[in-house]
Write a protein that binds this ligand. Structure first.
Ligand code: URA
Ligand code: SF4
Length: 248
């Protein structure tokens, strides 16, 4: 697909989402939140579902969690418009409750079609619900900072999944915020692994990319920080990651 075709496919999906009544979540929404980002990006971020600010604006991650997400991306020299950001469910659950399994299932075809249009190399899950969809059978405290092959049934045909804590959890808990900065710093390497795997030229291909070393274990969770980890921000003039390398 060309970029124009991808953009058109994403816009068609978004138009359907805005009118969707496939599950009960449509009843309480102000605006559906289809997702947004660069149509040619290789990286898709998947959160849980819209919150109050997202529901009002019709855009993903525009509240405080979104501000932190932008800061996390900035710590590796990326901008939110360089990736595609969406959610498991596109309409806000009442009182921000967890989405029910039948709601996630009803909404899944939209995410699958977004993956088919974008064909990402790397899917980054934000939070345990999103992780559970792509990396079943593990826990967020074990999986964060690690990759696993994506199940092609999700629509991500040939991708790695990288798990992160939800930024809202990072806002509540400084140790999780610190871990999130450490995790996001691994994303560029995970993207390189994902690309190598797709091209069949990676070290050890076709085996899955080497998982990143777990950041924490249950025994030694994250050291209690006095301040968020001072992540090496790339120099403005020499970004650690060439912006162009984010795109196909
Ligand atoms: N939390 C999410 O999971 N998604 C959003 O879009 C905003 C907050
Ligand atoms: Fe449709 Fe998804 Fe919204 Fe449910 S959450 S009404 S399936 S767009």
């Amino acid at each position: 697909m060309t970029e124009a075709e991808r953009r058109a496919a994403l816009e068609a999906i978004a138009a359907e989402v805005r009118d969707c009544t496939r599950c009960r979540l449509h009843e309480g929404r102000t605006r559906a939140v289809p997702g947004e980002g660069h149509p040619s990006t290789e990286v898709v971020l998947v959160g849980e579902g819209p919150g109050m600010n997202e529901d009002r604006q019709g855009r993903p991650f525009v509240g405080r969690a979104g501000d932190l997400l932008v800061q996390l991306l900035a710590s590796i020299g990326w901008r939110r418009e360089d990736v595609f950001i969406t959610n498991l469910v596109k309409c806000r659950p009442p009182e921000n409750r967890d989405p029910e399994p039948d709601e996630v299932a009803a909404c899944a075809p939209y995410l699958r079609r977004q993956f088919e249009a974008l064909d990402p190399a790397l899917v980054v899950t934000l939070g345990r619900h999103s992780m559970g969809r792509f990396m079943p059978g593990t826990t967020i405290s074990r999986a964060h900072g690690n990759v696993a092959p994506a199940d092609p049934a999700t629509g991500a045909r040939d991708a790695l999944v990288f798990a992160m804590y939800h930024p809202a959890a990072a806002l509540r808990t400084p140790a999780i915020e610190q871990a999130s900065y450490a995790d996001v710093a691994r994303i560029p390497a995970a993207l390189d692994d994902a690309r190598a795997r797709r091209s069949g030229s990676g070290p050890g291909a076709p085996a899955p990319a080497t998982p990143a070393t777990p950041v924490s274990s249950s025994a030694a969770a994250v050291p209690s920080p006095t301040a968020p980890a001072p992540l090496e921000r790339p120099e403005p003039d020499s970004p650690a990651v060439d912006q162009l390398t984010l795109f196909r």
